[in-house]
Design a protein around this ligand. Structure first.
Ligand SMILES: [Zn+2]
Ligand SMILES: [Zn+2]
Length: 278
């Protein structure tokens, strides 16, 4: 990557919640908090579902360090706690600062989805608010963010690729497998996939493990993290399913655990992950 963006580093990724889908969200069999990306001196939150802000605080993270909120689509397991984070970013709405990115369906009224997920009031709080479509890119806080294509029941859903000084991390939200989805996610160091279902138990608009294997084969990232597990995946369990990806592709794959912290080494030669109950 060109060093035009080369200033910030993503130091750690924290799994605020590894659950997803309607049943797991209702029953909270796994948390539905999304992901926190810890940068040099700020935090980006991706897809904070219900309970996210609670678990964020339980992990002793500081809400006032949150500078960016990224929302992939208009389903509550992805945006539910976003307005609370927007208030944290903007010091309760008193300081116009920070970044809010959403799919069009999150930020604007669209088709049958009606009102956007985020209120006009909250949309007016941050300094930069961007409704992104696949292929579009912005640079904020020295991180380059690219929207990735997604094939989901929310037709506007997008994934995110984040490029820092040294590494690139691609996050795919709920999506069906299609070869063209990989465009923009090439040569990612870490690939994060939302894999709702185990094995070949495909559900429309979502990935199963067989789909994940195809994506990993196409993209050959250095490492893979699977997350956003539905109830069938939780019972598989995810660790066994992650092993299938490793065995088939030869690429290290880990299954997310609630509260898991992933430290990104500078060279990305290793990816340390551990469960921390702080
Ligand atoms: Zn979801
Ligand atoms: Zn969804």
């Amino acid at each position: 990557m060109e060093s035009e963006y080369a200033f910030a580093m993503i130091r750690e990724i924290i799994v605020l919640g590894s659950g997803g889908g309607r049943v797991v969200t209702m029953k909270q069999e796994r948390r539905t908090g999304g992901l926190a990306f810890l940068l040099d001196d700020s935090i980006f939150i991706i897809d904070p579902g219900p309970g996210s802000i609670y678990h964020f605080n339980q992990l002793h993270l500081d809400p006032f360090l949150v500078k960016g909120v990224l929302l992939s689509h208009r389903h509550p397991d992805h945006y539910c706690d976003a307005e609370i984070y927007i208030e944290a970013v903007t010091r309760g709405g008193n300081v116009k600062q920070g970044l809010l990115i959403g799919s069009k369906s999150v930020l604007e009224p669209v088709d049958e989805m009606g009102y956007p997920a985020i209120s006009t009031y909250h949309k007016n709080l941050p300094e930069v608010v961007v409704s992104m479509a696949p292929g579009e890119t912005i640079v904020y806080d020295k991180i380059k963010i690219t929207a990735l294509k997604s094939f989901h029941t929310d037709l506007y859903a997008i994934g995110f690729r984040l490029d820092d000084d040294k590494r690139s991390i691609s996050y795919f939200t709920d999506t069906e497998f299609k070869e063209e989805m990989i465009r923009g996610a090439e040569s990612s160091d870490l690939l994060i996939l939302s894999v709702l279902r185990p094995g070949n138990k495909r559900l429309r608009g979502h990935l199963c493990i067989d789909d994940a294997i195809k994506i990993v084969e196409l993209l050959s990232p250095r490492m893979v993290l699977i997350t956003h597990f539905g109830y069938k995946m939780i019972r598989a369990p995810p660790e066994n399913e992650a092993k299938k990806i490793t065995e088939r592709t030869g690429i290290d794959t880990i299954a997310a655990i609630d509260g898991m912290k992933i430290t990104l080494s500078k060279s990305f030669e290793s990816l340390d992950s551990y469960m921390k109950n702080r």
